[in-house]
Design a binder for this molecule. Structure first.
Ligand code: DGJ
Length: 734
């Protein structure tokens, strides 16, 4: 009977024996994207093995040859072999702590708008314990998404000590690892180091957000330090905003094992019979042409395949009121800001923190979170009056909320002190100076409350087009008064399940509202959130010099259109640095442009320039938000001097940015080389967004793509804080 089932299965699999993903007679599964191949051995009754992941295997001989090289466990389980790093560990009802997982079956099916979905079903040889491994290919973008689902039929709960999303191994070599670390005001700083023997962890335990410190992403360069345009590179990012671990282990055979997933520390999960435990997705890619191609793969996937919510929708230029008035949100100032922003061509106005609280008005961080009623003493006529003013000025309207949080000083806390998370017999640790706590999202009534905040705002005020969703606290006192004693270790995971449930409800009802993911700056810069959010706030630091570094880091995984990037006042409020307005605009224009300042404090010349810059951005918006990005001169290697460009997909237009922040006497400036153009095409090069007359004349500059890429241009930007923006248009020459 068992055999018959297997034969039927083989027949079924062979039905899907199509170009991009196929199971061969030898039990080898091939999953291919445009330029890459993933080979897995999945023989029934044997442990699955990763045979190969790298550039596309062109011939049967190549395939045959590559199969013997790696042979790494595809999803290593703890128990029989105890010394190796593992992806999963489970303790069975009888106390046995081991797993012995072998292949039961393999299924492959075509996916709507993507490539194929391969499911490798594993079963413990003895226990009724099952793991399904999923691989979804996105052939055009060279991306693979992988995750696992775990369930069992044992009599009592099985305790999952670890359940990683995947395990990827790379063959024996030397490796260089790039990671993206930071803290508040300096998120996603890029660093690279050679991987030494042993274990390296990129991890987070903040509970609620994770990318303000270490972004859950990694780039591994094989054989040499990473380069933009050459070399073999692997990269992956975990779509999860909670505690995570990306474990890298250079094992004794110098094979590199990469195990990404939920951070198992303090998170043992008691899995009941029949419940499915789904891990977050790990999204990965490979390039033989350096990390520039890696980034473009992720960007195109985010834009075209839903990695970024509404990724193909152009994003409005907005003014956010935070740095203009901070907690002093009030009708007079906000109305003036809207009027001023409209006069320079802005498209949306967003009211930030400070607009709410009746019994306890929100005048600083210490009160009111949870009391989402407008403070009529500050906002005359309420939210609708502001929306009306926005509309009168031709602007859309957006609003800030921080719905997962509660202040001790709030009406909500007086009514529902039980809604916070915490531990018995311990005092809850508030965020110092804020009296701010996180709510317990394992409670259905808390999730309903959070959904209702958004639902009430959006139904009562259909004129709200944008929500900035903030989260300014970590989980402290891990634990829940709602969960039973033996499920306390579920809190971190259950929190995020609750939150995802809220987002799913919001998106089902409000598919078009634009949402920004913010968490004390860039704390939620991650594809776990971006499948619901249109964009993220990169950092509370709006200083243009530091933004060059941070946006450069973020660009490795996230498209420019997703990066909220605002022009703010000089001197800058975070660094005290005064940077000329043009330079500030030229930096902010490489993301989703916005402003965050009092426009009324600008002089006439600055106003005129802002108007020009906003008009320029409208012209180049499709290139920046949807084009292919090429990083050219790295600020990390050149004391802040940098250049990058965006090229449209048919290579007929491009926009180039270069920054020269610091003057150095006697410095020899390089010719600024470009990339991504059609070498055979001729391009007309024009300076745009110039402060005075363009320094490069328009008509004269017709240059070939080849020249621009191999020789580059000498540019007049040698002074302090000088920058330049060039637009390139392909011209037909008869
Ligand atoms: C942190 C955010 O990153 C800021 O932009 C601002 O919204 C404040 N919170 C408001 O409290």
């Amino acid at each position: 009977m068992k055999n018959t089932k297997f034969i039927i299965l083989l027949l079924f699999v062979s039905l899907f024996f199509i170009d991009n993903a196929c199971a061969q007679g030898d039990g080898v599964i091939e999953m291919s994207t445009k330029n890459n191949t993933l080979l897995v051995s999945a023989k029934k009754g044997e442990a699955p093995l990763l045979l190969y992941y790298g550039s596309k295997l062109q011939t049967p001989q190549d395939r045959q040859f590559s199969m013997g090289k790696l042979r790494a466990p595809l999803y290593p389980a703890y128990g029989l072999v105890c010394q190796d790093e593992y992806a999963i560990q489970a303790t069975h009802t009888d106390g046995n702590m081991s797993l012995d997982l072998v292949v039961e079956s393999v299924e492959q099916s075509d996916e709507k708008n993507a490539g194929q979905l391969t499911t490798i079903r594993l079963k413990d040889r003895v226990y009724p314990f099952f793991v399904d491994l999923f691989f979804r290919t996105f052939p055009e973008q060279d991306i693979i998404e992988t995750w696992s689902e775990i369930q069992h039929n044992e009599k009592k709960d099985v305790v999952l000590g670890k359940a990683a999303s995947a395990a990827i191994s790379l063959p024996t070599s030397r490796y260089w690892v790039s990671q993206f670390n930071g803290r508040w005001a300096c998120e996603t700083y890029l660093s690279e180091s050679e991987m030494m023997r042993g274990v390296k962890l990129i991890a987070n335990k903040e509970g609620i957000h994770n990318s303000g410190s270490d972004n859950p992403s990694v780039i591994v360069s094989i054989g040499a330090p990473v380069a933009e345009d050459h070399g073999d590179v692997f990269a992956g990012t975990l779509a999860y905003v909670g505690n995570y671990k990306i474990l890298l282990n250079l094992d004794p055979s110098t094979r590199l094992n990469i195990i990404p997933g939920i951070n198992e520390e303090f998170s043992a999960y008691h899995l009941p019979k029949g419940e499915k435990f789904k891990t977050p997705s790990f999204i990965f890619t490979y390039s033989s042409n350096g990390k520039g191609q890696i980034s473009r793969n992720f960007h195109r996937w985010a834009i075209d395949q839903g990695g970024l919510y509404n990724g193909q929708k152009p994003k409005d230029i907005l003014l956010n009121s935070w740095e203009g008035v901070y907690f002093n949100q009030n009708s007079a100032d906000l109305n003036r800001m809207m009027q001023d922003f409209a006069s320079v061509g802005g498209e949306m106005f967003v009211m930030d923190d400070g607009w709410f609280g009746v019994k306890y008005p929100r005048n600083d961080k210490s009160s009111s979170l949870g009391d989402w009623q407008v403070d009529l003493n500050k906002i005359n006529g309420g939210i609708q009056a502001l929306i009306d003013t926005a509309h009168t000025n031709g602007l859309k309207f957006g609003i800030w909320i921080e719905p997962e949080m509660i202040n001790e000083k709030s009406e909500l806390y007086e009514k529902h002190p039980e809604w916070i998370n915490g531990q018995p017999n311990r005092k809850t640790i508030n965020r110092p100076g804020r009296g701010q706590m996180t709510m317990d999202l394992t409670r259905k009534e808390v999730c309903d409350f959070i959904f209702n905040i958004v639902d009430t705002l959006l139904t009562k005020y259909p004129g709200i087009d944008y929500i900035k969703w903030d989260a300014n606290h970590n989980i402290t006192n891990q634990g829940s008064f709602n969960l039973p004693p033996d499920k306390q270790s579920h809190y971190y995971i259950a929190y995020h399940r609750g939150l995802e449930g809220v987002f799913a409800r919001i998106r089902a009802k409000y598919p078009n509202v634009v949402m920004q993911s913010c968490a004390s700056g860039g704390g939620r810069m991650c594809y776990g959130f971006l499948k619901y959010f249109d964009e993220f706030w990169v950092s509370d630091n709006t200083d243009a010099l530091q933004r060059i570094y941070m946006q450069w880091g973020a660009s490795h995984f996230f498209p420019a259109g997703a990066m909220a990037s605002h022009v703010s006042a000089a001197p800058n409020h975070q660094t005290g640095r005064s940077i000329p307005l043009k330079f500030r605009f030229d930096v902010a224009m490489t993301g989703r442009l916005g402003m965050e300042m009092q426009i009324k404090s600008m002089n006439d010349k600055e106003l005129l320039f802002s108007k020009k810059a906003i008009a320029t951005y409208k012209d180049i918006r499709p290139l920046v938000q949807f084009g292919d990005m090429y990083r050219l001169v790295s600020p990390y290697e050149n004391e802040g001097m940098a250049s990058l460009m965006f090229v449209d997909r048919d290579k007929s237009q491009a926009v180039f940015f270069a920054y020269h922040p610091r003057v150095r006497a006697g410095e020899d400036l390089p010719a600024w080389r470009m990339s991504g153009l059609d070498p055979k095409a001729l391009y007309q090069v024009a300076e745009i967004n110039s402060i005075d007359a363009p320094r490069i004349a328009v008509a004269a500059n017709i240059v070939s793509g080849d020249y621009l890429m191999s020789n580059g241009l000498r540019l007049p930007i040698s002074g302090e804080w000088s920058s330049i923006v060039l637009k390139l248009e392909r011209v037909e020459v008869k």
